[in-house]
Design a protein around this ligand. Structure first.
Ligand code: FVH
Length: 289
């Protein structure tokens, strides 16, 4: 075990908190653990582990406090009574919150003289400490730099700026992309199911197809940032009309909600006279709520 590794307090030993603690222990960091329900640290017992009976004891043990609880409300319920003990220490909050909640917590921390860094985890617990895991950070730049080596034990670490809400904003925006893609996949599964196609067979075809199509994102981004949807070489909105997909879905007797949503975004731009422009223009349907 490395003896000069920063000692850390970790509040919250759910699935994610446990994975974070395991990675820190593997890297030689002494950890003090607290969880609301006792017993959740039992599987982590061993050299370098101290289990605190109260959150106060856990916070007093170290200058660096990692928080990974259920939600914003549980973070306040846990930290509010500890404001005095937390003053002068650093809190890195990896609990998923909204950008506004992250900013509110950062303001609360500033009032209490607590250094605050917010994090958005782009991984599931099994990925922590493995290639592919990444965590986004925003808030106090000094805290990020000071603890960067420790943060890298969990996954690739990226600092997005002093606005504490940024990590959450990017986190939720990336998750939005993921969930809509997953919904598109589920739509495809439902569409071929009446033809007797098992979801597993469809997934084997959809996975490389969607991976190849992800290569289009860069081109869309270039058009959007350039602000000119008439640039040559793009697939037009008229060509992208999802009428056939909607009709085929209805013929299969399934819900058309997923494709209707995309079709509405396309139609709004066509109806406004932009049918010959590129597909990326649907971002304007989304921007104008
Ligand atoms: N698990 C995942 O895949 C995702 C990946 C992306 C990031 N999320 C976020 O991480 C936060 C923690 O998630 P988790 O997976 O560890 O969640 P649980 O296993 O449900 O553990 C929740 C812990 O929170 C404690 N807790 C809940 N309410 C309170 C409260 N009022 N006061 C104090 N602690 C509270 C709970 O304690 P207990 O129920 O064992 O007593 C767990 O330690 C989360 O924001 C994800 O969105 C994970």
């Amino acid at each position: 075990m490395t003896t000069n590794a920063t000692p850390v307090t970790l509040l919250g030993l759910g699935a994610m908190g446990s994975a974070l603690a395991t990675a820190l222990l593997k890297a030689g960091h002494p950890v003090t653990l607290w969880n609301r329900t006792p017993g959740k640290a039992d599987h982590l017992a061993g050299p370098g582990v101290t289990v605190a009976g109260t959150p106060d004891d856990a916070v007093r043990a170290n200058d660096l406090i990692i928080v990974c609880l259920l939600d914003h409300a549980s973070v306040h319920q846990t930290l509010d009574p500890l404001a005095r003990e937390l003053a002068g220490r650093t809190v890195i909050n990896l609990t998923t919150t909204s950008p506004a909640q992250a900013r509110e917590l950062a303001a609360w921390a500033a009032d209490a003289q607590i250094t605050y860094l917010d994090g958005g985890i782009m991984a599931v617990p099994g990925m922590i400490g493995q290639p592919g895991a990444s965590i986004l950070y925003s808030g106090d730049a000094g805290a990020f730099e000071q603890h960067r080596a420790l943060l890298e034990q969990w996954g690739a670490s990226r600092y997005l700026g002093a606005d504490a809400g940024l990590a959450s904003l990017y986190d939720l925006a990336l998750l939005a992309g993921m969930y809509v893609m997953f919904a598109g996949f589920m739509h495809g599964v439902a569409m071929v199911a009446p033809a007797g196609v098992p979801a597993r067979d469809f997934a084997a075809m959809a996975s490389p197809w969607l991976a190849a199509m992800a290569g289009e994102l860069d081109g869309f981004a270039t058009v959007i940032d350039g602000g000119d949807y008439t640039v040559a070489g793009q697939q037009s909105l008229d060509f992208s009309d999802l009428g056939d997909i909607v009709a085929a879905s209805a013929e299969q007797g399934i819900s058309t909600e997923v494709v209707d949503m995309v079709q509405r975004l396309i139609r709004r731009q066509i109806d406004a006279g932009h049918g010959s422009e590129g597909f990326a223009r649907i971002v304007e349907s989304i921007r104008a709520a």
